[in-house]
Write a protein that binds this ligand. Structure first.
Ligand code: SFD
Ligand code: AMP
Length: 629
């Protein structure tokens, strides 16, 4: 403890996280900071070049609207998102991102990201909204632009500093505290406003990959619920905490399926060769009106496949061989067919090499040639991700110009993308009810939020007082190291000790209870009121033991706090699944005691934690359409 130096940094705008949204925020904030003479500081727990979900790269940009070219309208995108989430979307926020996303994509291209082009020089689409890229270096390119922009305004970047929680001045955020994962340093960041984008949450539920496969997940395990923990602890209202995302992925290495379904037009079939999207079509009638929209919502696509699995009809296969052969056979002559086959093989491998390298390795290890045999797919464990087809995140003010008379009182409180906590702005996975923004939309939303945050600073240009006892926070943050040092000699095996719990064991305990009580893979994604109440009680016990987390070194100290953050996300989730007494997204979770969708629950289910009393409040918020059906 006495070896930990306290480093204090005072800034105007504090950008938390160095992922897609924060990189967008850095570019935009630098522009406005220059005009207003403001200081911008960015903090990332890792190295920005390869941090966050895009670390490994991506093979597609999943949100491109094509507004200027008249490809689609804003209304088209809003309706797509609304339908995919079974009606639950903040249409003002979705439209706000959609009208700005194309310019982020054009910037990526300008900065050097190769986007596939067709013979006429147009973008190659994977699907209606998705563009194909050679994206292995996507994050490096986007981070470089962010760093260059910050350099222009003498902004500071702190890498390998883990943010633990907020500093408050009453109902206004005053900064953040954390620690270096490489040096004995405790950090206190004081700021006039914060743009928060600490990513989603992985490994809250027990993953399919355990034991020798532990660590392999679809979304990155280093996104550990820090966004949810920070916003809850700052007293901000949260939305859609029940709307987890269950992606269907290639089994065991989690390779994404989008390119297969959309670009290669593949089918998925059970062991009998039946395509569940055809044989189970009648089930969609139970989920109207969303069962009849196109494309069929992601959770309903999941659900139809899950029904096959529950009937014992697995394995479910992506028919890669069939799709490739069919596309090649459409070519006019044998020479062209052979050429096309080679091209498709290359594209199939690149899809994984660009964003899920392990899947390519698994194909190689299992002697899988996608043009010759199918590959198994499966519904993965639940993730918390506000940027893809889930929706969990903070409840934000929308832009004023997108409000109607009906929406303004509910959706607008002064600054675009500000949470209900003054001065705390959110984007990407940290912001809720604005799904389907993906990498490009997260970047655009980071820009929007940063612009809002600068406006807030200019109009509220005082440095808030930090009301928290910083020394007490420092003691709390490093306590796991002190505990380990004090107690480690009491047993011969440092993993087994009555005085403490190591973070990995704590994580296993959290995952087991979420899996079994909150509808994880083992429970076939089903739960009910009794199970959830039991889960809540086990979570309360776990929270008590969180006080006894122990860390051998700085790296393990990070693991401790990651798991505390996961616990926040878990609790917000269980409470909200319990609160919403219906099943609205059957392919994400199934409330067996309330198995149908109900008009009474056509609303947002929000929650709020009061840091002073420790009480949670659950509340309904209305859904307003800004785009007509
Ligand atoms: O195919 C702390 N995503 C896809 N988006 C696309 O556009 N196309 C795709 O092809 C996509 N697919 C995909 C995607 C992600 C992954 C992992 C795979 C495949 C395998 C989604 C996007 O990546 C995602 O929407 C955005 O990245 C979200 O952006 P943002 O900024 O909300 O999160 P981030 O990029 O993960 O960054 C988080 C940052 O926070 C840092 N951090 N820093 C300090 N202290 C703490 N406590 C912290 N906790 C986290 C991180 O280091 C990081 O910098 S496909 O499957 O659909
Ligand atoms: P994924 O690889 O599943 O993350 O999908 C990438 C993109 O394609 C996302 O925008 C998905 O919503 C979309 N997508 C994936 N599969 C389908 C499908 N079968 N029908 C429509 N859209 C899909």
């Amino acid at each position: 403890m006495e070896n930990f130096e306290t480093v204090e940094v005072t800034t105007d705008l504090l950008i938390l996280g160095g992922g897609m949204a924060s990189c967008g925020a850095a570019v935009e904030a630098s522009y406005w900071a220059k005009q207003n003479g403001l200081k911008v500081t960015l903090v990332d727990k890792a190295a920005m070049d390869r941090s966050g979900a895009v670390a490994m790269g991506l093979s597609a940009i999943n949100q491109y609207v094509g507004l200027k070219d008249g490809e689609n309208s804003l209304e088209d995108y809003v309706k797509y998102v609304r339908n995919d989430l079974m009606g639950v979307a903040r249409e003002d926020l979705v439209a706000s991102i959609a009208r700005n996303v194309d310019s982020s994509v054009h910037l990526f291209e300008k900065w050097g990201l190769p986007i596939w082009k067709d013979a006429e020089g147009g973008y190659v689409h994977e699907g209606r909204w998705q563009l194909m890229i050679n994206g292995e270096s996507y994050k490096v390119i986007v981070a470089e632009a962010a760093k260059n922009a910050l350099k222009e305004v003498d902004g500071e970047i702190f890498e390998r500093v883990f943010i633990v929680g907020p500093l408050m001045d009453g109902d206004r955020v005053a900064g953040a505290y954390g620690f270096s994962v490489r040096e004995n340093k405790f950090y206190v960041f004081k700021a006039k406003a914060i743009m928060l984008a600490l990513g989603g949450a992985v490994h809250v539920f027990k993953p399919r990959s355990t034991g020798e496969g532990l660590g392999r997940a679809w979304y990155p395990p280093w996104n550990s619920g820090s966004s949810a923990a920070f916003t809850l602890e700052a007293g901000a209202e949260m939305t859609c905490q029940e709307v987890r995302f269950i992606p269907v992925r290639f089994k065991d290495a989690y390779g994404p399926v989008g390119a297969w379904f959309l670009l290669f037009k593949s089918r998925a079939c059970n062991f009998r060769g039946e395509a569940y999207m055809e044989t189970r079509r009648d089930e969609l009638q139970n989920w109207l009106p969303y069962g009849s929209v196109k494309p069929i919502p992601a959770n309903l696509r999941n659900w139809l496949g899950m029904l096959d699995v529950m009937d014992g009809l697995g394995p479910i296969y992506m028919m890669t061989h069939e799709a490739i052969q069919k596309l090649a056979a459409a070519m006019p002559d044998p020479v062209e067919q052979k050429k096309k086959l080679k091209e498709l093989e290359n594209e199939a491998w690149e899809d994984f090499l660009d964003m899920t390298i392990s899947q390519a390795i698994l194909w190689a290890a299992t002697d899988t040639q996608p043009e010759e045999k199918p590959s198994e797919i499966a519904a993965a464990e639940p993730y918390f991700i506000g940027s893809h087809s889930g929706a969990s995140g903070a409840w934000l003010s929308g832009p004023e110009d997108l409000q109607t008379d009906a929406t303004k009182a509910d959706y607008f409180w002064g600054y675009t993308n500000m949470s209900t906590t003054k001065g705390l702005f959110c984007a990407g996975d940290a912001s809720g009810a604005s799904s389907h923004k993906f990498s490009s939309g997260s970047h655009a939303e980071g820009r929007i939020a940063a612009k809002g945050a600068v406006k807030f600073i200019v109009e509220n240009n005082t440095q808030p007082n930090v009301a928290d006892d910083v020394e007490a926070l420092k003691t709390k943050v490093v306590a796991p190291m002190a505990l380990f040092d004090a107690e480690k000699g009491k047993t011969t095996d440092p993993d087994i000790n009555p005085a403490y719990i190591r973070p990995k064991m704590y994580m296993f305990r959290l995952q087991k209870l979420m899996d079994e009580y909150a509808g994880g893979v083992t429970a076939q994604f089903a739960t009910n009121k009794s199970l959830l109440e039991k889960g809540l009680s086990l979570l309360a016990d776990l929270r008590v033991d969180a006080e006894k987390l122990a860390a051998e070194d700085l790296h393990e100290l990070m693991r401790c706090w990651e798991n505390v953050h996961r616990t926040w996300q878990a609790e917000a989730h269980v409470r909200t699944v319990l609160y919403r007494e219906e099943t609205r997204w059957p392919g994400y979770y199934f409330r067996a005691d309330t198995p149908k969708m109900s008009d009474d629950w056509f609303c947002f289910a929000n929650c709020k934690y009061d840091p002073s009393s420790g009480e949670w409040t659950m509340l309904k918020r209305p859904i307003h359409k800004i785009v007509a059906d």
